[in-house]
Write a new protein. Structure first.
Lengths: 265, 285
């Protein structure tokens, strides 16, 4: 699929959720089936597909966030920067610093705007004083939030508008200097203006970071992504560059999904 | 008139009647305590700051400072310790350290303990005291109150932590926070719910006589150490109210007045603290 440098290599990934026994469901639910993928370095890759196809599940395996949930079985290998992240010796905290995640709905930490951005650098580098101030200012500037909040850095982050909160969450992620940024439908809770700002940000970020984005908006994937991964019922249907996917998809299912005629498949 | 409008009116009347019933009984109880107790305190405010004389419970000289201090010395350390342990257990119940079967068993046990009459706790601690050949003392009183408050505080903290959105935990994990660092964020978010449990637990602790009557020593002396006898306001109220001396019975209302006042002050201080610390918490989303 990829003719550039590989950022993330996924091999034979299988994920199943344990059934809720109290509700009488004893069977495991298979979320992802035998996924093998190469995600390019320093590009924006969009994972698309209908609801429930395993997009977010795939995304959250890339920083091992999925394993914080109950009854999850994860099998397979994922290499980021050549290192198998599911190797028992891999330090999870360091991995999550390297692979940041911005969620669908922004959830600022229950603290001030400043502390939200400073949180990561504080826990990792024990930073304080002017150095930390510098990081906070720099990250807020990169997400174009500095001008809006510079006079109220100590105000509660929960008081910001939802669009501002999403950019703050991006700033919080950038503050720990990740190599990969995972975005799970980051604009779905935002109004069109805020979405546009976040989209511009993602476009600027892909120059320096490997960005993997889950989106259910095809136009957005087409606008932003360099590569597209199309998932259906937990399997990769097609993975190729954006232009090819939208203009000349190989698979019949992809064609139907792009046309919006998947009902009845 | 349509039946559904009639239902609506009956429903409204029932709600107003319930509120009226609750408020009336509340006003009567607190009003009687404040009026009768206030009457004693206006004429003899020194009872609040005076140690009891040797014949205090027989109508002699002195006040009930010993019981005020005894209650405070017992309930504050007990609540703090139960708060820390309860928060820890609640975090365990919600974390991936525990599975749903273990959590379910612990929750059921805590619910049973919550419903257990306090006298059972008192008798249990008394058995322990007899076993270790120790007489009733302040430390035993504190210990029994920890046990009494623990189920309430833990279950409240458990429910408060359960209400913390997974996305908030993910936010902390996603920048590389450890489980401990994430727990601190979770604790901060769940603080109002945890504090409600601590207040209710403390209310149970400070208002309970049955658990401490056998265990704290219940003597009419000032508390002077962890291994010395101490008493609490509810015990004193029980002793005063069952006295045959009218002057002693009157003092029961004054003691009840100070108990209400202490609960009110502790409640107010806790609420102010919670408000101060929870101003950053996002609600209703």
């Amino acid at each position: 699929m990829v003719d550039t440098k590989i950022g993330i290599k996924i091999r034979n990934l299988n994920i199943s959720y344990g059934g809720n026994k109290s509700l009488g469901a004893n069977k495991n639910i298979i979320a992802l089936k035998n996924i093998s993928l190469d995600i390019p370095d320093k590009k924006l890759t969009a994972i698309i597909g209908p609801s429930g196809c395993g997009k977010s599940t795939l995304l959250k395996t890339l920083n091992r966030l999925l394993e914080t949930r109950d009854n999850i079985d994860i099998q397979g290998e994922i290499y980021i920067g050549g290192e198998d992240i599911y190797n028992p010796g891999c330090p999870v905290s360091e991995l999550r610093k390297k692979v940041g995640l911005v969620d669908q709905k922004p959830y600022p930490l229950p603290s001030s705007i400043y502390n939200n951005v400073a949180y990561g650098p504080r826990i990792h580098g024990n930073l304080k004083g002017k150095k930390l101030d510098g990081i906070v200012e720099n990250c807020l500037k990169r997400v174009h939030l500095w001008q809006e909040v510079k006079d109220r850095l100590n105000s509660p982050a929960a008081g910001l508008s939802i669009g501002q909160q999403q950019r703050l969450c991006l700033a919080r992620t950038l503050a720990v200097e990740p190599e990969v940024i995972l975005c799970d439908e980051v604009t779905s809770a935002l109004d069109p203006l805020s979405s546009e700002k976040v989209e511009d940000l993602l476009l600027s970020l892909k120059k320096n970071y490997t960005v993997v984005m889950v989106s259910h908006v095809l136009r957005q994937a087409r606008r932003l992504a360099d590569y597209v991964v199309f998932l259906y019922l937990g399997e990769v249907v097609e993975a190729c560059n954006t232009e090819k996917f939208f203009n000349n998809p190989t698979h019949e299912l992809s064609r139907k999904y792009i046309k919006g005629t998947m009902a009845g498949v | 008139m349509k039946l559904r409008y009639l239902e609506e009116r009956i429903f409204k009347i029932l709600i107003i009647f319930s509120v009226f019933l609750v408020m009336t009984s509340l006003v009567i109880i607190i009003g009687a305590v404040l009026f009768k107790g206030g009457n004693v305190l206006i004429h003899n405010p020194r009872v609040l700051i005076t140690a009891p004389g040797p014949r205090y419970l027989l109508g002699g000289e002195g006040g009930f400072l010993h019981a005020i201090l005894g209650s405070i010395y017992m309930v504050i350390p007990a609540t703090l310790i139960a708060g820390v342990i309860g928060f820890g257990v609640a975090l365990f119940l919600q974390s991936d350290y525990s599975n749903s079967r273990i959590s379910g068993f612990i929750r059921t046990s805590l619910d049973i303990l919550w419903g257990t009459p306090s006298i059972v706790y008192g008798i249990f601690m008394l058995t322990v005291l007899i076993f270790i050949q120790q007489r009733g003392c302040l430390l035993a009183g504190i210990s029994v109150l920890i046990l009494l408050e623990l189920p309430i505080i833990t279950r409240y903290a458990d429910e408060a932590i359960k209400a913390v959105p997974n996305e908030l935990k993910d936010s902390a994990y996603s920048v590389g926070a450890t489980r401990y660092e994430t727990s601190r964020i979770v604790g901060k978010y769940a603080l109002p719910g945890i504090a409600a449990g601590i207040l209710i637990g403390m209310g149970r602790g400070i208002g309970d006589a049955a658990s401490v009557i056998f265990t704290s020593g219940a003597g009419s002396v000032m508390p002077s150490g962890l291994f010395e006898s101490a008493t609490a306001l509810p015990i004193l109220i029980f002793q005063q109210a069952s006295s045959c001396y009218p002057s002693v019975r009157e003092h029961a209302y004054a003691a009840a007045f100070s108990l209400v006042l202490i609960v009110g002050i502790l409640n107010l201080v806790s609420r102010l603290l919670v408000r101060k610390f929870s101003k950053y918490v996002m609600r209703g989303k």
